[in-house]
Unconditional design. Structure first.
Lengths: 190, 381
């Protein structure tokens, strides 16, 4: 497990390492500020950041991208209740109040599994959108074949499927090619 | 018991926190029956989270952040007051400034505001196999992000493909540019002036050139504050309006700069703070405090243009929910003569159609069509 602690103070990194004792393999690194090159090179499984660090905005901006990491944020004890409120509201699931070594492991585990779940949901959504797009493309290609080749719907679909099998490409891709070429023949893109 | 109501407001160390800082320092909050704690926060994400969960009652906020948080269901945040107009700027490193000047000398562009010369530099770098330039903004949902993207794209530079865009917090911008990690950035005052004063960067475009009278930060408050404590919200808005009006007055300029320069406020050199206050940032006059729904719709159009907001959102309904000029007017009317009387009544106090530096106008009635009308964009179907 690779953990990056972004904190000017070394104490939190030490506590995190202590709380993860026994985890093998384990590498805990500390950096005073967010350094993109370092994060890329280290490829941490989870990032722990002090809530009072301005670098939080950089991490936050990555949360919806593939470059994102699960983030655990530690807030100061002088803000009692913030972590609980935030977690309850589902706003910042990574906000945790205070820090005791025995709480470190479960917190990081939850953050990582929640992150994995979010990434999976995002992937599923993207796939569903792509599937829908592909189906629309196939429908349009079918329509084109019916018009140009005088086929019925079933015949148009069979032709598309044959083209896909012959070329070893997904039917959606073949349909998209067909539409693109038809466009070129009609003079689009000139 | 002081008999005062407690209110917690957050701010980020930037010049445009002035209306809040002034209201606090001059006792306007107390005069309105409020005991306000001003909490300096380190990041916009923390501001958003704290306001969303009610750990803060309100905060100095990036206007699009309130819209984004509400659209995403991360919390209901209202904008009953705009804190300022203008203040942001695009700054480039000295090396890039020089390259741009050289490119511009070969074939001078018509307007100094466009990124036409920068586009030539970007193209030349591509031909020479040099890496893409890196630009930084402060947050994905910010005027800075949309201003930089609009300005680049207007000159044919695709902000997602032709350059690299990263997020860097305002106080770190200048050091990253000095280290050569970013070639340009769009950030709020005073950091552009700080970069210039330290010989690290050169200011290319100020927000007032990009969009004269264009929007910037708002006071974002929890919807609960408006529902459950409307009197306190009104009192708070009155105090902040008075702070904004005070901050605009030229005779208060020196005192204001001194106040903002304090380490527990902006913590930057007085000269750098003074720069954007001189003919750039407006806090109160010209109805700068009115949270205009046209401004909110422009932000939504850019969020749509860059794929941050899907087609499922009703833009008008969203802006009506978040932008609350009615709350501003109500508070302004209860305040009396400090306000130019016309302001409280009319959205017509300014042009309904915004005109940006490229001469294009924005029709708030057609925000979605506007978003889709640009040659460069990422609109989601």
């Amino acid at each position: 497990m690779r953990v990056l602690v972004i904190d000017p103070d070394a104490a939190r990194a030490a506590l995190v390492a202590q709380g993860l004792e026994g985890v093998q393999p384990l590498e805990v690194r500390r950096s005073a500020v967010y350094d993109e090159a370092e994060v890329l090179a280290f490829a941490p499984d989870v990032v722990v950041i002090a809530a009072e660090s301005p670098d939080r905005d950089t991490l936050d901006s990555l949360r919806d991208s593939s470059a994102g990491h699960p983030v655990v944020m530690f807030v100061d004890r002088s803000e009692p209740g913030l972590a609980e409120q935030a977690v309850r509201a589902g706003v910042a699931a990574y906000v945790v109040d205070g820090l005791a070594p025995n709480r470190v492991r479960p917190i990081l585990d939850v953050a990582m599994s929640r992150f994995a779940l979010t990434q999976q949901l995002r992937g599923d959504l993207a796939k569903a959108k792509a599937d829908l797009e592909s189906r629309k493309t196939v429908e349009r290609a079918k329509g084109l074949l019916m018009k140009e080749r005088g086929l019925d719907e079933d015949g148009a679909y069979r032709l598309l499927r044959k083209l896909a099998m012959d070329r070893g490409k997904p039917i959606g891709a073949v349909a998209a090619d067909l539409l693109a070429f038809a466009g070129v023949l009609k003079g689009d893109g000139q | 018991m002081s008999g005062l109501s407690d209110l917690r407001l957050g701010f980020i160390p930037l010049t445009d926190c002035a209306p809040l800082a002034v209201a606090q320092a001059l006792g306007f909050f107390e005069e309105e029956g409020l005991n306000v704690t001003l909490e300096r926060e380190a990041s916009w994400a923390t501001i958003r989270d704290k306001v969303a969960v009610g750990a803060l009652d309100g905060a100095h906020m990036l206007a699009p952040m309130a819209l984004a948080a509400t659209a995403a269901g991360e919390g209901e945040i209202l904008a009953p007051l705009a804190l300022n107009q203008n203040g942001s700027a695009v700054t480039v490193s000295m090396a890039l400034a020089q390259a741009i000047r050289a490119a511009d000398l070969q074939a001078p562009s018509q307007s100094s505001v466009t990124a036409a010369a920068l586009a030539k530099v970007v193209a030349a770098r591509r031909e020479n196999g040099q890496g893409a330039l890196t630009f930084a903004v402060v947050f994905p949902y910010s005027m800075h992000n949309y201003m930089l993207r609009y300005w680049l794209a207007q000159a044919g530079i695709d902000p997602d493909r032709d350059v690299r865009l990263v997020v860097i917090p305002p106080p770190r911008m200048v050091e990253r540019m000095r280290a050569g990690e970013v070639d340009g950035f769009c950030v709020g005052a005073p950091w552009n002036a700080v970069a210039e004063a330290e010989g690290v960067g050169h200011i290319l475009v100020a927000a007032s050139q990009f969009w004269p009278g264009g929007p910037d930060k708002v006071l974002g408050v929890t919807a609960g504050l408006a529902t459950h404590r409307p009197d306190e919200l009104r009192a708070c808005l009155r105090a902040v309006m008075r702070g904004a009006a005070w901050a605009d007055e030229p005779e208060n300029r020196e005192t204001l700069i001194e106040l903002l320069a304090r380490p527990d406020r902006v913590g930057a050199p007085a000269a750098a703070i003074a720069r954007a206050l001189d003919g750039e940032i407006v806090f109160h006059r010209d109805a700068a405090g009115l949270p205009r729904r046209e401004h909110g719709l422009w932000f939504l159009s850019q969020m749509t243009r860059w794929g941050q907001l899907g087609a499922e959102h009703d833009l008008q309904a969203l802006v009506d929910r978040v932008y609350r000029p009615d709350l501003y007017r109500e508070a302004a009317l209860s305040l009396g003569p400090i306000l130019e009387p016309a302001l409280a009544f009319a959205d017509a106090a300014g042009p309904a159609q915004a005109r940006l530096f490229d001469g294009l106008t924005f029709d708030p009635q057609a925000a979605r069509a506007y978003a889709a009308s640009f040659a460069i964009g990422r609109t989601i179907a």
